[in-house]
Design a binder for this molecule. Structure first.
Ligand code: C2E
Ligand code: MG
Ligand code: MG
Length: 572
């Protein structure tokens, strides 16, 4: 053990050496300094296990000694020796980060041994705690606390020196999927591999931290601002997208990065983090596996979304939402065959369409409450329409992925079915393809639950999502709704026409029903009928209308090859 004894009284030094020499286990190698400056020279040259420090030295006060020693070697334990029996002073010195305090010659020297041991042990646990407080235990890189400290210092440095800094916020794309399908253990391994790749791709002075989950932050100083940050970001995107070989498996994962540059984007360290986070989300919405710089416009969007989210909440409380129903017809004979419930918002005397708020509700999580409102209102209407002639035989309800995967969804549906005495066979649930790309066992269970209730399941906007047709085979799906984007171009654009034809033929082969969406003209309708589409909806028939208008809709008739629309005659 290497020990630095700083003591100007030679007799005292001798006594300490004698005491320490008595312990066979310690076998101390003692270096003796008689003043602070000599002690500091030794400390710079050698690593000591502990410093024993007299507080009365000729060249410095006690406080100064402690401060300078800690400045030179922050990790070395210090045990202080003093002749003063003043407890207040002892506490003051301990508060400065000294590990133990000993009043000279109170005992036979056993106290010194104990203090040295104790001092070393205490410093060790302090360092361990400091490490725990500043480092992420999984990846061993700095954690959020540490990063925020660094960022604060870097911002004031940049302010003082008129330099720039860039903050990159990284988030792995669909990391949850890896965790869910391959397990947390594997997810952890991947996070470690990712942190190692980032570390290896950045420069020495850059600070990388794990901010939690699959999020990392990177602080770049002294780079040429925007260009430097951009170069680093595109390099990282590339490096991180290379396949990972872990435990004999190959996995791929991509990353989205948000970047903010100071002082160009002004703000406190906290708001810089927020900026980078906002930009990261934009990178995700732009298709993932890329980076985006923060802009003022993004900020405004966030503010807008925040406001709308609040207004949705009060809208639910104030009954501002209602459902409009778009009729669906059986194409073979034009019989009314169903209705799709579409939400509308009567807000500040204006009609707000779902495209303006459903996305925001999804992001803010309010889609859950909105969705329950829709289900309840549609069930209520289904009950009210029950056994009336002018009513649609079934109602289709749009459900968002988030809602479907709610833990209570099952129980809540059951409650509402009972409350409104709904016949489940008169209900269709429309899901988008994005509902189906999650963990396939979970999806299967959720869909099976809907089937067990007796609902039919339709895939909405079919063909626009993740075209992995395998799910058609694996999941209990009844209906495919051909997206309006394809129907719109029937007869106009060869590719869209071909896609419609292909979807109809797939559906036929797999025994699924089809609904053509957004039928606006005779060409589209003819084509869909010719190619075996069973049902259709669109402005050519009717837009979505409130129930009272729905009941007054004209009944359609087929008069031998000559279809008439708008004939005012009720089915009787
Ligand atoms: P979607 O489920 O695909 O609904 C069809 C949309 O196409 C509706 O728009 C409908 O009004 C419109 N549409 C129908 N026929 C035609 C046509 O011939 N031409 C044109 N140009 N458009 C037509 P809407 O009501 O604005 O709804 C937009 C989307 O908002 C819906 O697309 C659906 O994804 C979502 N949405 C609507 N209501 C709800 C709801 O209650 N819950 C959830 N989660 N989403 C909903
Ligand atoms: Mg729909
Ligand atoms: Mg649709």
């Amino acid at each position: 053990m290497k020990l630095l004894l700083v003591e100007d009284e030679l007799a005292d030094a001798k006594f300490v050496k004698a005491c320490l020499g008595r312990d066979k286990a310690l076998t101390p190698e003692i270096v003796h300094a008689v003043c602070l400056s000599e002690a500091l020279t030794h400390l710079e040259e050698t690593d000591f296990d502990v410093v024993i420090l007299d507080l009365h030295l000729p060249d410095a006060s006690g406080e100064e000694c402690v401060r300078k020693i800690k400045l030179t070697k922050p990790d070395v334990p210090i045990v202080v020796l003093s002749g003063e029996e003043n407890e207040d002073y002892a506490i003051e010195i301990l508060n400065q980060g000294v590990q133990d305090y000993l009043v000279k010659w109170h005992d036979d020297g056993k106290g010194i041994l104990r203090s040295v041991r104790y001092g070393i042990e205490r410093k060790r646990s302090e360092l361990k705690l400091a490490h725990l407080a500043a480092f992420d235990s999984l990846t061993q890189i700095p954690n959020r606390n540490f990063f925020v400290d660094c960022l604060e210092r870097a911002v004031s440095r940049a302010q003082r020196n008129g330099t720039m800094l860039a903050l990159l916020f990284l988030d792995l794309d669909r990391f949850k999927g890896v965790n869910d399908t391959l397990g947390h253990h594997f997810g952890d391994k991947l996070l470690i591999a990712v942190s190692e790749r980032i570390s290896a791709s950045v420069r020495d002075g850059d600070i990388l931290a794990r901010m939690g989950g699959d999020e990392f932050a990177l602080l770049l100083e002294d780079r040429n601002g925007v260009a430097g940050a951009e170069a680093t970001a595109s390099k990282l995107i590339k490096v991180l997208a290379d396949p990972y070989e872990l435990e004999g498996r190959i996995v791929n994962i991509t990353t989205s990065i948000g970047i903010t540059v100071f002082p160009q984007d002004r703000g406190s360290p906290e708001s810089l983090l927020k900026n980078a986070d906002i930009a990261m989300y934009q990178a995700k919405s732009a298709g993932r596996n890329g980076f985006k710089f923060f802009t003022e416009k993004m900020q405004n969007r966030i503010v807008h979304q925040h406001r709308v989210a609040q207004e949705i909440r009060s809208g639910l409380e104030n009954d501002e939402f209602f459902l409009a129903y778009q009729p669906q017809y059986r194409l073979s004979d034009n019989r009314l065959d169903g209705a799709e419930a579409l939400i509308r918002w009567n807000h500040k005397n204006k009609l707000v369409m779902p495209d303006e708020f459903i996305g925001i509700a999804e992001e803010s999580g309010q889609i859950i409450d909105v969705g329950y409102w829709v289900i309840e209102e549609a069930f209520r209407q289904s009950n009210a329409w029950c056994n009336t002639e002018t009513a649609p035989p079934r109602i289709a309800i749009n459900i968002s992925p988030r809602q479907m995967h709610q833990p209570n969804f099952n129980r809540e549906l059951q409650r509402l079915i009972a409350k409104y005495d709904v016949n489940p066979e008169s209900i269709e649930i429309e899901l988008t393809e994005s509902c189906l790309i999650q963990d396939s066992n979970v999806v299967k269970d959720s869909l099976q639950m809907l089937k067990d209730f007796g609902f039919a399941i339709a895939i909405d906007d079919f063909g626009t999502g993740h075209s992995c047709l395998d799910y058609l085979r694996r999941f209990p799906i009844d209906i495919l709704k051909i997206d309006r984007a394809f129907v719109k171009d029937i007869g106009v654009d060869d590719e869209s026409t071909a896609i419609c034809k292909a979807i109809l033929s797939i559906a036929d082969g797999l025994n699924k029903q089809t609904i053509g969406e957004g039928i606006e003209n005779e060409t589209q309708l003819e084509f869909l009928i010719q190619n075996g589409c069973q049902r259709g909806q669109g402005f050519m028939y009717s837009k979505a209308v409130v129930p009272s208008e729905f009941e007054a809709l004209p009944v359609l008739e087929v008069s031998s090859g000559d279809r008439q629309y708008g004939a005012r005659k009720k089915l009787g």
